[in-house]
Design a protein around this ligand. Structure first.
Ligand code: GLN
Length: 485
């Protein structure tokens, strides 16, 4: 069995009877176990997975298999899973078991997918390295002295190491694209509103969006076609036609050879540390395939990080008020009063970065500072969005680096939060604008993967994925894999 098989290949193997779903799931569970030092999973749901696989095998026998029947996947530990712990990488939710499934979890389970377990993440999705996980950081399978990126680092590293063919993630300011780039896999963050946030623990509600990691564009399309769509339980869920990817698992994505105009934003290339030549080669690849390249400008790019860290912190400070030691989650021992219970439960339950965001966010929202910080950040957000909307009058897609460099070493940035925040410079702008964006591996430097980012207009996921399919048809970066146990 190919350790890095796509779900298309696995579905074929299952249909042809090359292996049963139970055999397939046992194989992946064994790989997860053999690579446990990578710390990619917080919870491995072995019994549940084997039961679900047995049901999948019965569905095959009855001739009732759906597009994902028997296919393994992993969920970031931010999605509620009924009966299986959901920790959000935090002590405050250690051992918490959700009483219901997130819409994303529910839809994928209904399509027959088998949940292997819940992947490691920065606490409440705040971070760019996985080092903020209460359960210890996941490691990068290309070099275990380096971070896998964050916050969805466990999912990206698990896919890269072949511990699951696909995994979900969430992206508020880059948490799918940045770890995808650091781990050499593909990852897409859809348009804000495309995927339901119901049952996905909230960090910054106006930015949070669920997406998926995999090896190729086709796998992303298949999983996204199932997890996306209108959900009345999420008030910001879009009711824009749900049929945008109908049939993609049967017919396959058509590589887009329409000769698109692709914009290269000058602001994204000026600070590039590593990988500039690889990105130029990727751009050339598109040119060879008939696309037209043009320089563009996104002049407010520099405002993105400060605006994001005000807005995301402000929203986090209110969203995380619910973890009070009373309703659910960790509670301190022997509280002396109600106030003592709140104070110590939160002090003991949250990690340093989460506290930093709650404090700065509360500050930015407080009387006297609201106008100077929060309101100003919202105005900047609008300008950043306007930059993109103007650019999309000229170009079909934007090609940019995903990160300023390759995966950094564990511990390198932990003492310098601002340097850590700066890692998100190329991913945050699209998040603030609510745009769909994806990262694909486009080469290696010093044995470490580099990612390229494609950003499209709102609801242009199909075009993004088809353009990615075109690139992957002509290159083989996505077929390189790290050596793991
Ligand atoms: N690294 C960014 C942060 O720490 C983005 C995180 C995310 O997208 N969830 O907020």
């Amino acid at each position: 069995m190919n350790e890095f098989a796509t779900i298309g290949e696995l579905a074929r193997g299952l249909r042809q009877g090359d292996y049963s779903s139970v055999e397939l799931i046992r194989h992946y569970l064994a790989r997860i176990d053999a690579n446990s030092t990578l710390n990619t999973f917080i919870t491995v749901a072995e019994d549940e997975a084997l039961n679900a696989a047995a049901s999948a095998d019965q569905a095959f026998e009855r001739g009732e298999a759906g597009p994902l029947t028997g296919i393994p996947l992993a969920h970031k530990d931010i999605f509620c899973t009924q009966g299986i712990a959901t920790t959000c990488g935090s002590r405050i939710l250690e051992n918490w078991i959700a009483p219901y499934d997130a819409t994303v979890v529910d839809r994928l389970a209904h399509a027959g997918a088998v949940l292997l377990g819940k992947t490691n993440m920065d606490e409440f999705a705040m971070g760019s390295s996985n080092e903020n996980s209460y359960f210890g950081a996941a490691l990068n399978p290309w070099d275990s002295s380096r971070v896998p990126g964050g916050s969805s680092g466990g999912s990206a590293a698990a896919v890269a190491a072949g511990l699951t063919p696909v995994a979900t993630g969430t992206d508020t300011g880059g948490s799918i694209r940045q770890p995808a780039a650091f781990c050499g896999v593909a990852g897409i963050k859809p348009t804000y509103g495309r995927v339901s946030r119901y049952g996905m623990a909230a960090f910054a509600s106006s930015l949070d969006q669920a997406g998926v990691f995999g090896h190729d564009a086709q796998d992303l399309a298949v999983v996204l076609s199932i997890m996306s769509g209108f959900d009345p339980r999420d008030s910001t869920s879009s009711d824009r036609a749900d049929s945008w990817l109908t049939g993609v698992s049967e017919s396959g994505l058509k590589p887009n050879d329409e000769g698109l105009t692709i914009g290269l934003p000058s602001e994204y290339f000026k600070d590039l540390n590593e990988g500039a030549t690889l990105l130029q080669a990727a751009a050339k690849e598109f040119e060879n395939a008939g696309c037209r390249l043009t320089q563009i400008s996104l002049p407010h790019t520099d405002a993105a990080i400060p605006a994001y860290y005000i807005i995301a912190g402000a929203e986090a400070s209110t969203n995380l008020a619910r973890y009070d030691g009373v309703h659910f989650g960790y509670r301190c021992e022997n509280p002396k009063s109600l106030e003592d219970l709140y104070q110590r439960s939160r002090s003991e339950g949250f990690g340093i970065e989460v506290k930093r965001r709650i404090l700065t966010g509360t500050y930015a929202l407080s009387v006297g500072y609201f106008d100077a910080y929060y309101l100003k950040a919202q105005k900047l957000r609008r300008l950043i969005q306007q930059d993109f909307l103007s650019a999309f009058e000229e170009v079909d897609l934007i090609l940019a680096p995903t990160t300023p460099g390759v995966a950094f070493h564990t511990g390198d940035l932990t003492d310098d939060p601002v340097a850590m925040y700066q890692q998100d410079i190329f991913t945050i702008p699209a998040s603030l604008a609510g745009l769909p964006a994806l990262s694909l591996p486009c080469g290696f430097t010093g044995g470490l993967p580099i990612g390229m980012q494609l950003i499209g207009p709102h609801f242009s996921e199909r075009r993004l994925l088809e353009t990615s399919a075109l690139y992957q048809q002509n290159t083989d970066w996505h077929q390189r894999h790290p050596e793991v146990a």
